[in-house]
Design a protein around this ligand. Structure first.
Ligand code: 13P
Length: 291
């Protein structure tokens, strides 16, 4: 059975580690990410953007798939299914479809007041149904599945106001960017993160754009209160590299090497290995979860 993400993230906050939130695209992704969590004995947040849900024919298909995988694989670690960067409307659709957690990304709303009002409303509706909520202040730079952010650094006062809505965890822009970081990237703004943490107390904070951040910066961010680290591009890169290697070696031309299951197998294993590696780096493995 799936859980919401509140309890696992509160434990991460108390234990000073982070839980990976990995984006899924299809059966191969979902199964590999869940497999990694079970093998590593780590709690998991598996998340889906609106674009990836559309690709999979909607939130219901994604939700049913993840619920079924957790059941048939007899998964014993806690798994939450989270909507990544949801609009106001998408949050309600995902909740109706069985997601156990949603992110309402109000960073694109016309003003902070609208973000605040809608966050408050979604928190109330979600909590009545046992669903956890992530909000956003500032914005994440770059583009992900059509969601474009300018990368504003979050205002600690606004973070405090959003925290007081009862939201379960908060994404705050600290110069993090979706996708691959440019050569001239200034790095995560730890001072800004520390100021946000001071205002928001024990509220778990979220780091988006988890691909390609130097390990020392990830460690420091965790020390400053980051409890959830979003990773999407990283798994896409390892999947593509593994499949490319198979094709370039001409293995699809050997016998029945063209069988899609044989081609995908390389990519699946690459996702499992990399997810386990990242979970180890974030410190979420073997913390006494599961049976
Ligand atoms: P990356 O694609 O940079 O890993 O970012 C993922 C993310 O933040 C999803 O919300």
């Amino acid at each position: 059975m799936l859980v919401n993400a509140t309890d696992m993230l509160q434990k991460a906050e108390e234990g000073h580690y982070a839980i990976g939130a990995f984006n899924t695209n299809n059966l191969e992704w979902a199964d590999s990410i869940i497999e990694a969590a079970q093998q590593a004995q780590s709690p998991l947040i598996i998340q889906c953007s609106a674009g990836a849900a559309k690709w999979q024919k909607g939130y219901k298909v994604v939700s049913d798939l993840v619920h079924d995988l957790v059941e048939v694989k007899n998964v014993t670690v806690p798994v939450a299914l989270h909507l990544d960067h949801g609009t106001y409307e998408a949050c309600y659709e995902a909740m109706a479809a069985g997601f156990t957690s949603v992110m309402y990304d109000g960073s694109g709303e016309k003003d902070f007041e609208t973000n605040l009002e809608r966050t408050r409303e979604i928190v109330k509706y979600a909590h009545e149904r046992g669903i956890s909520v992530e909000a956003e202040v500032g914005s994440i730079g770059g583009e992900e599945d059509g969601v474009i952010g300018m990368g504003e650094i979050a205002d600690p006062e606004q973070c405090k106001i959003i925290a007081d809505t009862g939201v379960d965890f908060l994404a705050a822009g600290i110069c993090n960017i979706h996708g691959i970081y440019p050569e001239n990237w200034a790095g995560l703004q730890m001072d800004a993160l520390a100021a946000i943490k001071e205002k928001t107390g024990d509220l778990p904070l979220v780091l988006h754009g988890g691909t390609g951040i130097p390990v020392e910066q990830v460690d420091e961010a965790i020390k400053h209160g980051i409890c959830k680290i979003n990773v999407n591009t990283d798994l896409q890169l390892v999947f593509a590299a593994a499949v490319r290697e198979y094709i370039e070696a001409g293995r699809d031309l050997e016998g029945k090497g063209y069988d899609p299951r044989k081609i995908m197998k390389q990519g699946r294993q690459a996702i499992i290995d990399r997810t386990i590696e990242l979970m180890g780096q974030f410190g979420s493995v073997n913390k006494g979860w599961g049976c």
